[in-house]
Design a protein around this ligand. Structure first.
Ligand SMILES: [Zn+2]
Ligand SMILES: [Zn+2]
Length: 246
């Protein structure tokens, strides 16, 4: 009854197609929810794309998390949802996304003493109003009963990764994150939550920092997996303006 009244007073719409939806559906209609492409063929270690039975990224780098999980392909409805959450301020979308993360964690039965997220520096966070990964991580923590703790901070000056090629993404994140003062994580198993996995460079660097600070093991879960194409992608530049070519 209360739901019916709430729906009449505050009608909500599907974030992807705009059709009216009941409040119980959390801004995604069932037709759009069905269109989300769930990853079936990811690398068992990093969830990255596979080619001929081998991960395209793992042979290229050391991967610090024991396992990364990724739920859906970054495209179509999923891209729309994450865009609306991040850039249109539709905070409520962290609820259906957080539920997908909870389902994924239940499927893999990953252990964790602490849940944390990839941090966002204060300037970026003030501009956006929130850190989407933090919203999702807090919801997952609340529903799973595992404590949420902000463990890391991001340096103030850090370039966005969006326009960068594969190799530069790794170089760009080295020493970008550090452990917050006074965090005691020795022998703890930590689960990092983030929104998009492209090469895993961000998650990897966070896991490296946590393990260096004494964490026993790090797992991670990312909502969506985006494919980076090495051919024809935009190349990055380092501080001296030199182009990376690979
Ligand atoms: Zn829809
Ligand atoms: Zn892999």
């Amino acid at each position: 009854m209360l739901r019916i009244i709430i729906d009449m007073l505050f009608p909500s719409r599907c974030a992807a197609c705009g059709r009216p939806v009941g409040s119980i559906q959390h801004n995604i209609c069932s037709a759009c929810a069905d269109k989300i492409v769930i990853i079936q063929d990811g690398c068992p270690v990093c969830a990255g794309p596979m080619a001929e039975g081998r991960c395209k990224i793992c042979p290229e780098r050391a991967f610090y998390p024991s396992k990364n999980m990724a739920i859906a392909e970054y495209g179509g409805v999923m891209k729309e949802l994450l865009h609306k959450l991040k850039f249109s301020g539709m905070r409520r979308l962290h609820v259906p996304i957080g539920r997908m993360v909870l389902n994924e964690l239940a499927r893999h039965a990953v252990p964790a003493d602490i849940i944390t997220c990839v941090p966002m520096n204060t300037r970026k966070k003030r501009k956006r109003g929130f850190n989407q990964s933090e919203l999702i991580a807090k919801l997952v923590a609340k529903k799973s009963g595992i404590p949420y703790l902000p463990l890391m901070k991001e340096k103030r000056k850090s370039e966005t990764q969006r326009e960068l090629g594969l190799r530069h993404r790794f170089i760009n994140v080295i020493n970008r994150y550090s452990l917050k003062k006074g965090r005691l994580i020795r022998e703890k198993t930590i689960l990092i939550i983030d929104d998009v996995f492209t090469t895993g460079a961000t998650i990897n660097e966070c896991a490296r920092v946590l393990l260096a600070a004494g964490a026993r093991e790090v797992f991670s879960v990312t909502v969506a997996r985006s494919n980076i194409t090495t051919e024809g992608s935009k190349f990055g530049k380092n501080e001296s303006g030199e182009q990376y070519n690979y």
